[in-house]
Design a protein around this ligand. Structure first.
Ligand SMILES: Cc1ncc(COP(=O)(O)O)c(C=O)c1O
Length: 396
């Protein structure tokens, strides 16, 4: 058996199941689940229809690189969304089966196991980064996102001896769970470090299309690189997804874009790994990337929920509205796991303890004393859930 499998940590939802195992929630309350980050708004009808209209695609093996027309649709979307000069659809874009599998696979492509590799991860973080690093025989190095820094990652904390070994760095903007968006200044620093030490930047941007101010879409990695004059996006790969943007988490559709040299190697890896996208899904994905109307409506639905949350989350709870994504990262007056357990017992509301999304690093677990609340349920349910959350906090 692969010994690296033994290094994998239990998934946060497994820990949550254990936390709730012996708890009987008050039956007076209907269950409300705010713990899981699964989009719940309805899938737009035109995407369903395009999928149904293209079932003939099931009778053909797809190419791993995806169809040219899908790659062109993605390249066009990128150019418009990030005000980029021409993106070469055939060398700078690769469709993937959701960003999760690709975020994992890229580590297996990039890491040279023979050189004592380190992978830098934000902390708290999306679990796949850590698992990908461990299964590529790399050592994860966590950089904390703390309240004191406004949840910004401070790469200045990473010692020189670590940078020397870094081969890959994951960043997530807008961040799950903090909702923080990376600034131009942060990108500038990150590019400087990548130039100096030669590591690959993997930018997870799967929440990029969920933001509160219609006039302020989050800055993207390709956009930052372009504005800084980095022709060809050296050592940068951006990972995006339709799951949240278009409410199709079950379709498994996303893309990777950026450095053409890296993408060529990634395609080679993927050809052997066997991760081509179904032709039917490719057609539906193309339709989705070519439409923005449904995305504007999607944002409107989230905006309503965050507007309600702004009113409802009150002392002793503390939170700020996220710059992107659909999570509230709420500071708890007591230990986060105890809070989550007590809330479940008293009010039948599930939320994710922040410490389950982070590791103890540099003397702290930066997720401790936080809960992650996903505003994915219908508005009424979110409001009811937040009211109960507040009532529980008041009762402590
Ligand atoms: C930060 C982050 N990245 C990536 C993903 C994977 O999304 P998908 O595989 O649906 O594109 C998720 C899903 O929840 C996520 O939270």
């Amino acid at each position: 058996m692969n010994p690296d499998l033994g290094k994998l940590q239990p998934y946060p939802f497994e820990k949550l199941r254990q936390l709730y195992a012996d708890v009987r929630p008050d039956p007076k309350y209907a269950p409300i689940n705010l713990s899981i980050g699964e989009p719940k708004h309805p899938t737009p009808e035109f995407i369903r229809q395009t999928l149904a209209d293209n079932l003939d695609g099931l009778s053909a093996y797809p190419a791993t690189a995806g169809s040219e027309s899908l790659r062109h649709a993605i390249a066009d979307w990128l150019q418009i969304r990030y005000d980029l000069p021409k993106i070469d659809a055939l060398s700078q874009v690769l469709p993937v089966n959701g960003s999760r599998e690709a975020l994992f696979a890229i580590a297996q492509t990039v890491i040279d196991r023979s050189r004592d590799p380190v992978v830098v991860c934000p902390n708290p973080f999306y679990q796949i980064y850590e698992g990908a690093a461990l299964l590529a025989s790399a050592t994860p190095y966590y950089v904390n996102a703390c309240r004191e820094n406004g949840f910004e990652i401070d790469y200045g904390e990473v010692p020189e001896s670590v940078w020397q070994r870094v081969q890959l760095l994951y960043c997530c903007s807008p961040s799950n769970p903090t909702g923080k968006v990376m600034s131009m200044e942060q990108w500038r620093k990150l590019f400087e470090l990548s130039d100096r030490y030669g590591f690959v930047i993997v930018s997870d941007e799967c929440y990029s299309e969920l933001y509160l101010d219609e006039k302020k879409p989050p800055l993207g990695g390709l956009e930052a690189a372009n504005r800084l004059g980095r022709t060809g996006f050296p050592r940068l790969l951006v990972f995006s997804s339709l799951s949240k943007r278009s409410n199709v988490p079950g379709m498994r559709s996303g893309f990777v874009a950026g450095d053409a040299k890296l993408l060529r190697q990634f395609l080679l890896y993927r050809t052997y790994h066997g991760s081509a996208m179904s032709p039917s899904v490719q057609e539906a994905s193309e339709a989705a990337w070519r439409d923005e109307t449904h995305v504007v409506e999607n944002r409107r639905l989230y905006r309503e929920k965050f507007a309600a949350a702004r009113e409802l989350v009150a002392k002793p709870l503390e939170t700020e509205m996220p710059e992107g994504g659909f999570y509230l990262w709420i500071r708890t007056p007591i230990d986060d796991a105890r809070f989550a357990q007590g809330l479940y017992e008293a009010y039948n509301v599930s939320v994710l303890p922040g410490s389950y999304l982070a590791r103890e690093a540099h003397g702290v677990n930066p997720g401790a004393h936080y809960i992650r609340v996903a505003l994915v349920a219908p508005l009424k349910e979110c409001i009811e859930g937040l009211k109960r959350l507040n009532a529980y906090a008041q009762s402590l």
